[in-house]
Design a protein around this ligand. Structure first.
Ligand SMILES: Nc1ncnc2c1ncn2[C@@H]1O[C@H](COP(=O)(O)OP(=O)(O)OP(=O)(O)O)[C@@H](O)[C@H]1O
Length: 692
């Protein structure tokens, strides 16, 4: 770049063999760099191992290089590599530009002192032209840093989603519910990955610049002043870094701890949102505020501790690396002038001014580069903290620690090893169910349910009624015995708490199918409407002029169409959500259905109808319920005794016939007669049902 322009003023050098000194300066610079990188990493690992921070997790002992290799190696590809290459190139070009600026600046000073104004005008116009190029370079640098940050985040997040939502493994359930859980998994995927990507891009861009600057200026200073100047600066910074290292807090642990506490705090807020209605009914504002404040208090006191720890070391670092370093620089810059070797020519004052300006700028730039390198220890420390958390998250998502190992191993040696088989019916042979912590819930289950049959599962709270179906769905491992069952899609589960997916009314019914899959399966919108009608949640107008599903939007009654998208989670009542779950069941028409206390919010007459529909569709029904009158709809009752031995019994429901009746009442409001007079009576109609 300068060569294309005017001939520069010859550089003033204070050594006899500038080229040889430059090469030696480069070697010394590389050695110093390797010292800095190893030193800071060792210090971080040492501090983490010795648990210098109260309450900090102990895992932060792996080197950053290994962490980065694991995270980036598993997720990133040639696209990120290309961005890193482009970014490195831009950084290199910018440093070359800065060296040119500092040389050019020396020439400008020389022209001012020698009062050569025509050359000064030329140099200034060259400077103005070249800095346009430098501005473009700086903008490109920022662009590549942002791109790198985004690309790394994108790759890691998509990798996590891939593992989290891996089909059949149901890691999103296991990581949050079974055995050793991943703490605040949502926060880790959304926030920790983002922080890691930010700090990674920041560290990368800010480490490359000081490294490149440092090497370039080492060569430059060695060429102009000899090896003494850079070696003296290195020795000083090495000494300063040892002192800093002793006082430096373990930033990695602190950053990881902060993220963990951030996750807990956010988790408490999420819990509040999830349970807001129950808490409002209970009037739980005060205890819940305490929970939020305590969690926030822990976070704040951790941050305060970090700030205090950083303050102590910062005072020393500022003095050693910034101010005292200037004193050393001034001594070094004056040294060749005072001890000038005899073979060097006499310099004029404009040459000395030129030497001073450009060398001072170079020295300043190198000192800044070295300071930035040490500054980097903080950032690298934080990066290794985030990297540790991201790696733990990735490991946790990749493979969940097995549960019930011992129990399964014992059963495998016994007569009834755990086996899943495919078959047309649901058959349990010597099946025992255990909680993930190893507690026996039910022992030696033996029975078969054929298509069209109905079994009621009863027992005390927490005795393990739902757990049997968690085993069938493979959320919990099968420990002992053989389960023969049809394809997974032939068994459908309606749970106590209803999930409401996002999307249109149609999506709510056909979930997890998409509209395209629905059409490909030969199903139509009419099927969806029929299922809504069967489930008593149809937006179509009934005889009384009202639809079962309608909303009041600002005084306007709205009957949703199949394509309408709403905030269903908010807009639907618990009973409507349960009815919609039945519509979904009727749409999918499985061979077996497990109804886990999923009719609590449904009125008895509708509940009757829903059971009836299941029978008509020839589904085998497993109902888990505490409602004794439901025996009327079932042929058999599987009763858990809930004792320590996991005993159970299977009874016929027929003996309860005629002993239990199921009743509901309809209130008939007074209606006007022919003359417009109203009856003064309200009548109640009582319905009693028996199963034939
Ligand atoms: N994810 C889980 N990890 C560990 N233990 C669990 C988990 N889910 C439930 N449990 C425990 O397993 C036991 C059986 O739970 P389950 O849900 O099967 O009971 P249930 O008989 O259906 O109770 P209820 O009638 O109250 O619904 C309970 O003690 C419960 O605390």
């Amino acid at each position: 770049m300068p060569r294309m322009m005017s001939r520069p003023v010859p550089q003033v050098v204070m050594v006899k063999h500038p080229r040889r000194s430059g090469v030696l300066g480069l070697g010394a610079g590389l050695l110093f760099l390797s010292f800095v990188s190893k030193f800071s990493e060792r210090v971080q690992i040492y501090k983490a191992k010795n648990q210098k921070v109260k309450n900090a997790p102990r895992e932060q002992v792996e080197g950053l290089t290994d962490l980065m290799r694991f995270i980036l190696g598993s997720t990133c590809s040639s696209r990120e590599f290309l961005t890193v290459t482009k970014l490195s190139l831009m950084l290199l070009l910018r440093t070359v530009g800065s060296v040119w600026v500092s040389k050019h600046w020396g020439s400008i000073v020389n022209s001012v002192v020698s009062q050569d104004f025509s050359r000064l005008a030329r140099l200034v116009s060259e400077f103005a032209g070249a800095t346009v190029f430098l501005s473009g370079l700086n903008a490109l640098l920022k662009y590549y840093i942002s791109s790198l940050r985004l690309q790394v985040r994108e790759k890691i997040t998509l990798w996590c989603h891939e593992k989290y939502m891996r089909s059949k493994d149901m890691i999103f359930y296991k990581a949050n519910k079974v055995g050793q859980k991943i703490d605040n998994c949502d926060h880790q995927i959304t926030s920790d990955v983002e922080r890691f990507s930010d700090v990674f891009a920041e560290v990368f861009s800010q480490s490359l610049k000081p490294i490149v600057d440092f090497l370039v200026y080492s060569v430059e200073l060695s060429r102009v002043q000899g090896l003494t100047t850079p070696l003296t600066l290195y020795s000083w910074f090495a000494f300063a870094s040892c002192i800093s290292a002793v006082t430096l807090p373990p930033f990695g642990e602190l950053a990881a701890g902060e993220q963990r506490l951030e996750g807990n705090f956010r988790g408490k807020h999420s819990e509040l949102i999830t349970n807001c209605e129950q808490i409002a009914f209970l009037g739980g504002e005060r205890p819940e505020k305490d929970v939020l404040n305590n969690s926030f208090g822990e976070l704040i006191s951790h941050c305060k501790r970090s700030i205090n720890l950083a303050f102590n070391s910062e005072v020393l670092r500022q003095y050693l690396n910034k101010y005292f370093c200037t004193v050393i620089g001034l001594v070094l810059i004056a040294r060749p002038l005072r001890l000038r070797p005899a073979q060097l020519p006499q310099f004029t004052s404009d040459q000395i001014a030129q030497y001073f300006t450009s060398t001072w700028r170079n020295m300043e730039a190198m000192a800044t580069a070295i300071q930035d390198l040490f500054e980097l220890t903080n950032r690298i420390g934080r990066l290794s903290g985030f990297a540790t958390r991201v790696r733990q998250l990735m490991l946790g998502l990749e493979s969940r620690p097995p549960v019930l190992n011992e129990e399964i191993a014992r059963a495998q040696r016994g007569p009834y090893p755990p086996v899943f088989k495919k078959g047309p019916h649901l058959k349990f042979e010597h099946v025992s169910v255990y909680r993930p912590d190893g507690t026996l819930l039910v022992k030696d289950l033996n029975f078969t349910v054929e298509r069209g049959q109905r079994v009621l599962v009863t027992g005390g709270n927490g005795c393990g009624k739902s757990s049997l179906f968690r085993v069938i769905r493979k959320l919990w491992p099968l420990v002992e015995g053989t389960i023969t069952m049809p394809e997974d899609k032939e068994i459908y589960f309606l749970t106590q708490v209803n999930f409401v997916p996002c999307g249109s009314l149609r999506d709510l019914v056909i979930y997890p199918q998409s509209r395209e899959e629905m059409l490909a399966a030969g199903r139509t919108d009419d099927d969806v409407r029929t299922c809504l009608r069967w489930a008593h949640v149809s937006p179509q107008v009934e005889h009384d002029g009202r639809a079962q599903l309608e909303f009041n939007d600002g005084g306007r009654i709205v009957k949703p169409r199949l394509d309408d998208v709403r905030d269903w989670q908010k807009d639907l009542s618990p009973g409507q959500k349960q009815r919609l779950a039945f519509a979904r069941l009727f749409y999918h028409r499985p061979a077996f259905v497990v109804l886990d206390e999923c009719t609590n919010g449904i009125s008895p007459d509708v509940e009757h109808d829903l059971y009836d529909r299941c029978t008509r569709e020839n589904m085998a029904v497993f109902s888990i319920s505490h409602k004794i009158e439901l025996k009327l709809f079932h042929e058999r009752e599987l009763r858990y005794l809930g004792d320590l031995e996991g005993k159970w019994e299977m009874n016929e429901c027929s003996h309860t016939r005629d002993k239990i009746t199921r009743a509901s009442s309809t209130v008939k409001l007074p209606e006007p007669d022919k003359d417009g007079k109203k009856e003064s009576r309200i009548t109640y109609e009582r319905h009693t049902w028996f199963v034939d």
